[in-house]
Design a protein around this ligand. Structure first.
Ligand code: SAM
Ligand code: SF4
Length: 357
């Protein structure tokens, strides 16, 4: 299994909380960037790929021509005869019917929409460019065109967001009948507008919101397959699950990370550097680390404990004491030789996981 991630570092406008690599969309620079991604993909030519994820940034900000060129060349440069999933991230404000039709015709199997909230005041406060009506229109267009595997991203623990708002958001989103929902607790990242404004998050409130969501999804038959992700039946994100299972993937584009042939490496965060290096036939890697067996075992625990499936007990061979302590405290379970977090432990998973690695 080998995944492919492609980073599109362009957005219409920067949201006030976001520190992902993205700058304002520019037609000429984006043309150059897409050609560079295609060139970079040739370094990995004909690898057999099982999942593809185009994320960002905002992939839907690309023009029809740019989207078409990118997808067509990626399909040509890799062996996709065993492809199981092809996801594209979309922001409501830049998703047109034409783009949805193109994605459908190109056999994109999964869409991921950044809704964040159904409350227009909250959306405005976050610096988002869409309102709830726009999301509804775009989502319904996607269904009409034929997409049947759709994720919705939501954020919680936002300033002025009440428990009532949150319950209403979940309740409304459940009515869309999507088969996947991802939740993000707002985090305040250095360099963002929220950081400059010294906005703080209330982690107690975030915990309550998380628990509300867990209960509502459970009632609605969603499987809580990862700490922040819920899916109906088998519609989990195959691409993201591969990360949590510590499988290998290739990342293309500025800032993207790869785990390939036992090396983890990361591309430069500078879009211009990235374009210059790849155009001159070089790579654009800024960090590279060989993953030996010890690191591999630690990573497998760290990533795998996020999944409800858990991690094979064998990876804990030298951690029996801590393992037993958390089992006694009701924070970890062992079933069929798999160690997993209990429901109680999910919200404080980071501290438990860091104790175990
Ligand atoms: C980086 S975005 C890319 C997808 C798309 N551009 C969007 O905004 O929906 C992926 C997800 O990360 C979330 N995210 C980004 N920064 C965050 C933060 N500081 N706290 C919580 N969620 C955040 C976004 O809201 C989004 O749902
Ligand atoms: S949250 Fe999404 S749309 Fe907003 S700036 Fe970040 S990547 Fe762009």
């Amino acid at each position: 299994m080998l995944g492919l991630y492609i980073h599109i570092p362009f957005c219409k406008k920067k949201c006030f909380y976001c520190d992902f690599l993205s700058i304002n969309y520019d037609d000429v620079l984006t043309d150059e960037y897409i050609s560079t991604i295609i060139k970079e993909s040739q370094q990995y030519k004909y690898n057999s790929i099982s999942t593809i994820y185009i994320g960002g940034g905002t992939p839907s900000v690309l023009s029809l021509k740019q989207l078409e060129k990118l997808i067509k060349h990626i399909k040509l440069n890799f062996d996709i005869s065993n492809l199981q999933e092809f996801t594209v991230e979309l922001n409501p404000e830049s998703t047109t019917i034409e783009k949805l039709k193109l994605l459908y015709d190109e056999n994109i199997t999964r869409l991921s929409f950044g809704l964040q909230s159904i409350n227009d005041n909250i959306l405005q406060h976050l610096g988002r460019l869409h309102n709830f009506n726009k999301f509804q229109e775009v989502y319904n267009n996607a269904i009409r065109i034929g997409f049947d595997n759709i994720n919705i991203d939501l954020m919680y623990g936002i300033q002025n967001q009440t428990l009532n708002d949150w319950e209403k958001t979940i309740d409304t989103v459940l009515k869309f009948n999507s088969n996947h929902i991802s939740l993000y607790p707002l985090t305040i990242e250095q360099g963002t507008k929220f950081y400059q404004q010294n906005i703080k998050v209330d982690t107690d409130l975030q915990r309550q919101m998380y628990e509300i969501a867990c209960n509502m999804f459970k009632i609605n038959k969603f499987k809580h397959y990862e700490i922040s992700n819920w899916a109906k039946e088998d519609k989990y994100s195959k691409h993201n699950k591969m990360y949590w299972q510590n499988k290998e993937y290739i990342g293309l584009g500025a800032s993207s990370a790869s785990y390939y042939k036992r090396y983890r490496f990361k591309n430069t965060l500078s879009i211009s550097e990235y374009i210059k290096n790849i155009t001159h036939g070089k790579n654009s890697i800024i960090e590279k680390e060989y993953i030996d067996d010890t690191i591999y075992n630690i990573e497998t625990i760290m990533l795998g404990l996020r999944l409800s499936d858990g991690v094979d007990e064998k990876y804990f061979y030298n951690k029996k004491n801590i393992l037993d302590k958390y089992i006694n405290e009701g924070m970890l379970n062992i079933k069929n030789n798999k160690v997993s977090l209990t429901e109680e432990a999910l919200f404080i998973s980071n501290s438990i996981i860091s104790d175990l690695i």
